[in-house]
Write a protein that binds this ligand. Sequence first.
Ligand code: TXA
Ligand code: MG
Length: 355
Amino acid sequence: MEAIKTELLNARNSDEAAAAVPRAAALLREGELVAFPTETVYGLGADATNPIAVARIFAAKGRPTFDPLIVHIADRSDLPRVLSSSALSDPRVSALADAFWPGPLTIVAPASGAIPELVRTGLPSVGVRLPAHETARALIRAAGTPIAAPSANLFGQLSPTSASHVLEQLSGRIDAILVAEPSRVGVESTVVSTLPGEPARLLRPGGVPRELVEGVLAPFGLLLGPEAVSSSGAALPAPGMTASHYAPRAHVRIIDPSSPDLSNLSRVALLAPDRATLARLDELATGLTVVERAALSERLDPVHAASQLFELLHQLDDALRAGGGAHDTILTTPYPERGLGAAIADRLRRASAVR
Ligand code: TXA
Ligand code: MG
């Protein structure tokens, strides 16, 4: 792929945004790729109704074309541009949108004819989300079209929660980055499918805890899923949900502190759910070279931890890379799976899956 110049468009305050947002929107309308902040992670945006622009997303990320994209809208009134009329009359869709939008929830439902095959990778359904980030909404509104956006990272690598994470991976591969405050939630949206004649299914744990989704959908029946992670790529719960995903360059090993497997380790970085567990990990790592250590929060706090997860993984990975070797490993412990903890545990498991 030939390198292109990646334009930095600052929108860190309202004066800057007044110039940067219309410029970014114009690029999107011209079929170019613009990374932009959302409350979950940075997205890599293109006009969702322009198949050529959408194809450029797959090329820039090195993403396989069996992994469908999420379409982003600015206002609920834009939903008919993305979903079919039957989806719009599904009471589960309205209940989920009422409860969680704007916010970190993606609804998968039958697509409108305006959404190209490539966005859906040939599926009859499409994922749609109305983000809570005001700069993201301003951008989508100014572009005047639904915006397809996966996370703005190279395929299979760590998700970006700041503009510098995006630059590190995609500089020279995309047209512009709209720069604003780092993502507040820090893990990707929860993905729920509501397909006709089937119970709703949780396809990916994320920024809205499963317990809340279950509560909202209770009047309409069960919430299935998520299914166990498959490493072969067979029978995936959702397309694109391969086991090895969200991976730093270093290995990630999840150990049980009461019977830790410390075989084949030399240089490590430690990542713990809280301070007390970090102290425990530090004791266990006596005899290893510890290059860096971090706790996701002081005391166990999944909301704070989610907002720090990718930032800390990036930092530990960078620390290991300076002077690194083949067995360099980020050591961590299982994250408790309540509330947002389920999304954190899911991302750590995927990061640790053997590539
Ligand atoms: O928070 C987020 O969701 C971020 C921000 C940018 O909005 N986006 C994001 O996109 O995480 P991405 O491409 O990294 O993840 C999209 C995933 C797919 O891999 C797939 O699992 C699911 O969403 N998905 C999308 N459309 C689907 C469909 N039609 N059927 C089933 N799953 C779908
Ligand atoms: Mg992603």
